[in-house]
Design a protein around this ligand. Structure first.
Ligand code: C5P
Length: 227
């Protein structure tokens, strides 16, 4: 097999954004296109992996050849799907943009407009799926997270990423700067690949497929080491 081959490896990848329903016709969503997750799936399939792609809302994307597609709507649906699939996966990549909050209650009928001021929308926290998957990790399973960060006066994007890697407990974390038209809905990406063993590599500006290749290179190294 090729040195970077993923033959015989089952990878589970989440992509796109979740939608948190308010009523039968409305939801709270986000601008994730799913392009990075789909690029990860395509490259993994090209390297011979068995790929299960769990997709929330995405742009109009072509499912890569040979990839099993599972569709989900909300964060809770994504969590259920990921736990089921991760139980049989060697690698799990959480590239989905999971809503941090969901409406407390789902109204069974369309919320009506009246002359009165609308009620505020009460929200509750969604589960942190990545953290849960880390807690449920199988022996030798490699878990990859993503972090879309903006820096500020006191803390850089990279430092936020380092803290997030520790907090989430995953093996690898892809950190990318967002805002100012970066990453979201774009064809290209850039960032850092942080490893739980302390290794850090800059991912130069390039296509989402190039970033995917860098991720799979790092994953393959880890799989080889733990064998
Ligand atoms: O905490 P933050 O949302 O920045 O973390 C990003 C990473 O965690 C991504 O890999 C994302 O898919 C995952 N995540 C998750 N469950 C959430 C929120 C984020 O798995 N509720």
């Amino acid at each position: 097999a090729l040195p970077r081959s993923l033959e015989g490896v089952h990878v589970a990848i989440s992509a796109g954004g979740t939608r948190e329903a308010l009523d039968p016709v409305r939801f709270i969503g986000n601008r994730s296109s799913g392009k990075q997750g789909y690029a990860l799936a395509r490259v993994a399939a090209q390297r011979g992996a068995r790929v299960t792609l769990v997709a929330g809302n995405t742009a109009d994307l072509v499912t890569p050849a040979g990839v099993d597609l599972v569709r989900i709507g909300s964060a809770v649906e994504l969590r259920d799907a990921m736990h089921k699939i991760a139980a049989d996966a060697d690698v799990v990549v959480m590239a989905a943009a999971v809503a941090d909050f969901r409406p407390v209650s789902l109204t069974g009928h369309k919320i009506k407009k009246t002359d009165a001021e609308p009620d505020p929308i009460a929200l509750t926290k969604n589960p942190d799926i990545l953290k849960e998957l880390v807690s449920a990790r199988r022996d030798g399973q490699v878990i990859v997270g993503f972090a879309a960060e903006t820096g500020d006066e006191t803390t850089s994007v990279l430092d936020y990423g380092r803290a997030k890697l520790r907090r989430k407990g995953c093996d690898l974390l892809v950190v990318n700067a967002v805002g100012d038209g970066k990453a979201f809905e774009q064809e290209d990406n850039a960032g850092w690949l942080l490893s739980a063993d302390g290794a850090e590599a800059a991912i130069p500006h390039g296509s989402k497929a190039q970033l995917a290749s860098a991720v799979w290179d790092a994953v393959t190294d880890r799989l080889t080491r733990s064998q």
